[in-house]
Write a protein that binds this ligand. Structure first.
Ligand SMILES: [Zn+2]
Length: 68
């Protein structure tokens, strides 16, 4: 299981990126929301979408869930 966070600030394209807690692009503490521990990025993105419908996996730490 990995711990995931979602960026509370949207990217330029409007997406809110979902990151693992060890990602080099993990946002600063004041700019992220804790999602919980998930077996894969898919569960984390599903959780993040409850808050941010435009949530998407980070291309670096969660490429399987990145739609670009
Ligand atoms: Zn990331």
């Amino acid at each position: 299981m990995k711990t995931y966070y979602v960026n509370t600030k949207p990217q330029a394209n409007g997406d809110h990126e979902v990151h693992q807690d060890d990602c080099r692009f993990l946002p600063a503490p004041q700019n992220r929301k804790h999602l919980g521990a998930f077996a894969s990025c898919r569960g984390a993105v599903t959780e993040a979408k409850k808050t941010y419908p435009t949530a998407d996996g980070c291309a670096f730490c969660s490429p399987d869930c990145n739609k670009g």
